[in-house]
Write a protein that binds this ligand. Structure first.
Ligand SMILES: Nc1nc2c(c(=O)[nH]1)N[C@H]1C(S)=C(S)[C@@H](COP(=O)(O)O)O[C@H]1N2
Ligand SMILES: [Mo]
Length: 344
């Protein structure tokens, strides 16, 4: 994994290179039921006793000031793990809290998924979110004011990482559009640029200067206005864990997971297509659209199938991760440029 920090091209998918492929398979297989405790995986095993006790530590929340807001009411349209006629079991929190992608906290040693301990160094207060750029009313929120102002609800969403692992999570949060419309975007705004925090003193991965920090992602205004685009503030009926992107992340269930940026501090409305973090590192492998599509292979692996990190179950991947009914229309060629009207 040293290559991740010393090689020529850095990519999410060093993940899938070499040693890591094995690691990830071990993890996924290890997560499949009873194999976890008894299997004695190579090198002491990812699921040795240390890890199991870490898992319970990882799920702890010491005094998050937003704790009293949860649980929040369920949105009936997303109240089950059913997507496109398939039922997906919710992925256990004991899995999602220790298997993460968050490169800000990856030291370059071990697997890139084991960052939960490093992530505990991130201070969550004070935390500010700005909505700026091509808007009539630029906004700045202290996070607790934002949480109080937004209609929080729970939605169970599927998540599909470009690396082919998948999960199903009950997120809490609010529709992205509910926030953006408050800023009254100008009709000249065509895109939203999302920026994550930058704090190399606590985020060990940000000490690696060849990564283009901060993490950046982008959406068109049409995508951002779609009801599925969700700002996440909690999960499993509790405030969001740091390793999962607290205090604020995106959930864009029809797109590969890297679009769902964590630790957000700024949203900029702009007329230029933002260049995302992964695009900048390797545009041949990670594009701006990144809609889940089983027919378009990643340059180094197929996207036809996926594997659940909770159950280890393998299944064919669906176009738009099963959410085509809600979003496929966004990608017809005759897209009307609705601009700011989407948010009014
Ligand atoms: N800021 C930031 N956001 C990020 C990432 C990251 O490295 N940094 N990784 C992305 C990727 S590749 C995935 S799959 C999801 C993982 O979310 P999870 O750890 O909650 O499963 O977060 C996304 N958001
Ligand atoms: Mo991912």
């Amino acid at each position: 994994m040293a290559r991740l920090f010393s090689g020529k091209s850095i990519k999410e998918a060093d993940v899938t290179d070499e040693k890591f492929v094995l690691n990830r398979r071990q993890i996924v297989r290890g997560l499949a039921g009873g194999a976890v405790l008894g299997s004695g995986l190579a090198g002491g095993g990812f699921f040795g006793r240390g890890l199991i006790s870490s898992a319970s530590a990882a799920s702890g929340l010491s005094g998050d000031p937003s704790a009293a807001l949860y649980p929040v009411p369920s949105n009936a349209a997303f109240a089950s793990g059913d997507v496109a006629g398939r039922r997906y079991p919710i992925t256990s929190k004991s899995v999602t809290s220790i298997f993460n992608n968050y490169y800000e906290f990856y030291s370059g040693r071990g697997t890139s998924k084991s960052i939960w301990e490093q992530a505990q160094a991130l201070p969550l207060r004070p935390w500010r979110l700005e909505v700026v750029g091509m808007v009539e009313k630029p906004l700045t929120f202290e996070i607790d004011d934002l949480l109080a102002a937004m209609p929080l609800e729970e939605r169970i969403y599927r998540h599909r990482c470009v690396e082919t692992w998948a999960m199903t999570v009950p997120w809490s949060g609010f529709p992205l559009a509910a926030l953006i419309k408050r800023a009254a975007p100008l009709s000249s705004a065509k895109y939203l640029k999302f920026e994550s925090f930058k704090n190399p003193e606590v985020a060990i991965g940000q000490q690696e200067a060849r990564y283009p920090w901060p993490y950046v992602e982008g959406l068109t205004v049409q995508e951002a206005a779609n009801d599925l685009a969700f700002m996440v503030t909690g999960a499993y009926g509790k405030p969001l864990l740091k390793q999962m992107g607290a205090p604020l992340r995106l959930a864009l269930p029809w797109k590969y997971g890297f679009k769902s940026a964590k630790g957000l501090v700024r949203i900029t409305l702009t007329d230029r297509q933002p260049e995302s973090f992964w695009e900048r590192l390797n545009r041949r492998e990670y594009g701006f659209w990144a809609n889940v599509n089983p027919e378009i292979a990643h340059p180094r692996w197929s996207q036809a199938n996926e594997q659940d990190i909770g159950t280890g179950e393998k299944r064919p991947t669906l176009p738009y991760n099963g959410y085509g009914e809600q979003v496929a229309h966004l990608y017809s060629d005759k897209l009307e440029q609705l601009g700011d009207r989407l948010f009014r």
